[in-house]
Design a protein around this ligand. Structure first.
Ligand code: DX5
Ligand code: ZN
Length: 223
């Protein structure tokens, strides 16, 4: 069984509260918030103010994905704004262990993300000390991109590595998730499915959310 984390990157900002309510009522387990700085990735999105605003209207844990350079500088501010999970990119952290410890000191769950071209071996040392590993299945920066098939193997690899090391981290997949790729990712071992366009850019956010939740919960249904 996997969890569903709708990404508000693809939501209509002018209807954000309403759309968050819809996903909350139709199977979302987390709200995924993509923070981009125009430096680590070629796009700009939200800051701590957005996390704080969403925290004031949502009961769900906020899954904050930091696609920013020098994330250490902002971790405490995101924690104070209501983040439950804070995920930093391995590629953005010179002192990754320090970043993980800082997230934990702020009483948040600590996640580490890797880009498609970063090998799973880069996580070998830290897999036992994090709460979540995020396998990017597109190059980070934009919603609506195509799922990169070779990342499925990375999900299997990290799942095996976590099992061997008896690590209890959740494995999250983010980018290009639709009915088909959600099924493949869950079958490969993903515990959390992030979806942006496949939920918020559909005619019915409610039906799209329910459909992906069904896939996340029980892969057999859609085979
Ligand atoms: C991409 C972001 C994703 C994005 C996914 O850099 O990290 O969370 O919202 O969007 P979709 O599901 O549309 O690929
Ligand atoms: Zn994301």
């Amino acid at each position: 069984m996997a969890y569903l984390a709708p990404s508000i990157l693809s939501a209509d900002v002018l209807q954000l509260q309403k759309q968050i309510e819809i996903v909350e009522q139709n199977g979302a387990d987390f709200i995924h918030i993509d923070v981009m700085d125009g430096h680590f990735v070629p796009n700009l999105t939200f800051g701590p103010f957005m996390v704080k605003a969403i925290n004031s209207i949502s009961k769900l844990p906020l899954d904050v994905h930091l696609m920013i350079s020098n994330p250490e500088q902002y971790i405490s501010e995101f924690a104070a704004s209501g983040a439950s999970i804070i995920t930093v990119h391995q590629e953005a952290c010179v002192h990754l262990d320090r970043s993980i410890q800082l997230i934990k000191q702020c009483n948040c769950r600590a996640g580490v993300a890797i880009n498609p071209a970063t090998p799973v071996s880069a996580l070998e040392v830290i897999v036992e000390i994090v709460d979540l590993i995020l396998i990017m299945s597109v190059n980070p920066g934009f919603g609506g991109q195509k799922f990169i098939p070779y990342t499925l193997n990375k999900i299997r690899e990290i799942k095996d590595m976590a099992l061997v090391k008896n690590a209890s981290c959740l494995i999250e997949v983010d980018g290009g998730i639709n009915e088909q790729t959600a099924l493949e990712a869950v079958n490969a071992g993903a515990d959390v499915i992030v979806a942006g366009q496949a939920i918020f850019k559909q005619d019915s956010i409610k039906s799209a959310c329910r459909l992906l939740k069904g896939i996340a919960q029980n892969t057999a249904k859609v085979v």
